[in-house]
Design a protein around this ligand. Structure first.
Ligand code: ATP
Ligand code: MG
Length: 497
């Protein structure tokens, strides 16, 4: 007998079960509806990428990359049995090595293909070559050529990678993309903080960095939050400059931080060297009065950045969007430029950020693509839903409409037929798979939260007239099959309206 073991979801991950999952689907569907009304299209991205993609874009010094990534070595794709399948391809060890060294075996391709290519690349065939090839393959094994992969901690890097890979800059207009899905970060699990959590994000990539792009993106975000009942939110905005003005500010900040170094904690002390901006992000109470006295970036923006930020605020005012300027909003990822923003919501304690985002004008280029402007946000679904629920704003979703209480073998075929018709009409219907006494059946209908019980007994079948019981007020009516369908369909439209 194998040991009895209770399997549990890994710490920081969880199952989202019905009826909660219906709320999640509704939340995500609302995002689709709103985003598509702004002409965004969905991009479905892989859940893992080359580690270097994240390291390069998010920044090696960030918490996400330095501590939180789920990184693993992929297995090489060389199969032990492989040489047998190409035993006619006899190549000399030298030729293979030469091809390898000449870079004729591309690095980006998987190992199986690489070995295949070796066969083609090396023309010289000899009997002694076969063992050499075998030796070479086992040497490849020993090299452990599996790539370093990482479960995505966020998706902006992937969107940029896809933008470059599919040459999306060649399309007319800006690329306006949204994504929905899980992200993975090895953080300390707590309320509103998980190791597998869910984001909904949107990105605009293209040639323009017009402030109206930033403003419209924020409008879309807030329209979405309003539509899902996330009402007590605050939008914080900031500009963190660009490559022309930020370096000088960062140096100034570093110099000022050096003067107060002794009064800062170890994390902030380290960041004076690695990334002084991140000190502004500190939540440590003792550091707050010190940080408040530091020079603010708003006084050090170059003319272009200042004009961009000021135009953004005009654009937000034009749209009636309320915001709070927060000079300390630098965001945790390295790639941001100019506009940064965050939205907080009520009912979440200290994990109260439900959305973060900003501009990342140099990122596509940093990843090897063409010069491209970009801006985006990521909404934390887990926290947003928590906040909606705590605010009592979760919608009452339709749920089970009809429970078919049938009894007697003669009633069963009618029950099956009518159930299918009701389902085709878009109603959620439960048909018990086994016969039950009416009393028990109606009790179950109640427990399942059905709005109606449809009673089908042998008498009903004989008279072709069925009893529909409203379980909320116990009101009953007798209806023919057609009238029943009509009645329930209009009820469905009413309950959705
Ligand atoms: P925080 O400061 O709360 O750690 P962050 O700056 O790391 O957030 P982003 O990378 O900007 O977060 O991600 C955007 C949103 O994703 C956050 O505002 C939050 O709602 C959500 N989020 C981030 N990390 C987690 C997590 N571990 N669990 C649940 N939601 C998360
Ligand atoms: Mg974080």
């Amino acid at each position: 007998m194998p040991e009895r073991k209770q399997f549990r979801a890994i710490k920081g991950t969880r199952d989202i079960l019905p009826p909660d999952s219906a709320l999640w689907n509704w939340f995500e569907q609302t995002a689709r509806d709103v985003f598509e009304s702004y002409n965004f299209g969905e991009v479905r991205l892989p859940m893992f990428e080359e580690t270097e993609l994240f390291a390069r874009s998010i920044g090696v010094e960030t918490d996400v990359v330095s501590k939180e990534m789920y990184t693993f070595e992929d297995r090489g794709n060389i199969h032990v049995g492989f040489p047998e399948t190409i035993e006619e391809v006899l190549v000399s060890n030298e030729a293979v090595q030469a091809a390898w060294q000449a870079g004729r075996i591309p690095h980006t391709m998987d190992n199986e293909l690489r070995v295949n290519l070796i066969g083609h690349a090396c023309g010289s065939i000899s009997e002694e070559g076969a063992p050499a090839l075998l030796r070479f393959i086992s040497a490849l094994h020993a090299l452990d050529l599996g790539d370093s992969l990482t479960l995505r901690p966020e998706a902006t890097a992937s969107v940029c990678r896809a933008y470059i890979e599919h040459n999306l800059q060649a399309l007319p207009g800006n690329a306006k993309l949204y994504y929905i899905g899980p992200m993975f970060r090895r953080e300390r699990p707590q309320k509103g903080r998980y190791r597998q959590f869910y984001q909904i994000g949107a990105e605009v990539l293209g040639a323009s960095d017009a402030p109206a792009i930033d403003a419209e993106l924020l409008e879309m975000l807030l329209v979405f939050f309003h539509r899902v009942g996330l009402r007590r939110t605050t939008l914080y905005i900031n500009s963190i400059g660009d490559k022309n003005c930020r370096p000088a500010y960062v140096e100034l900040l570093r110099a000022e931080l050096q003067k107060v170094k002794d009064r800062l904690g170890p994390d902030s002390q380290r960041r004076i060297e690695t990334n002084p901006l991140r000190v502004l992000d500190s939540k440590i109470p003792e550091e707050q009065p010190i940080i408040e006295k530091l020079p603010r970036i708003s006084g050090h923006l170059c003319d272009d950045c200042r004009a961009h930020f000021s135009k953004l605020k005009d654009e937000l005012n034009l749209r009636g969007i309320e915001y709070v300027e927060n000079w300390r909003l630098v965001r945790g990822l390295d790639y941001y430029t100019r506009t940064t923003f965050e939205v907080t919501a009520a009912g979440l304690g200290s994990q109260n950020a439900v959305c973060g985002g900003g501009r990342y004008d140099g990122l596509v280029e940093l990843l090897g693509g063409p010069p491209t402007k970009g801006i985006g946000f990521a909404i934390g679904t887990d926290r947003s839903i928590l906040s909606i629920e705590e605010g009592g704003n979760a919608p009452k979703l339709a749920g089970l409409a009809v429970y078919v209480a049938w009894m007697g073998p003669a009633a069963y075929p009618a029950a099956v037929r009518i159930t299918r018709k009701l389902r085709e009409a878009g109603l959620t219907v439960e048909l018990p798979p086994e016969e039950m006494k009416f009393k028990k059946s109606l009790g179950l209908a109640d427990k399942l939260g059905a709005r109606y019980a449809l009673i089908i007994g042998e008498d009903e079948v004989a008279s072709a007239s069925y009893t529909l019981k409203n379980l909320a007020d116990a009101e009953q009516r007798k209806l023919s099959e057609n009238d029943l369908l009509e009645y329930l369909e209009s009820e469905r439209r009413g309950s959705r309206a």
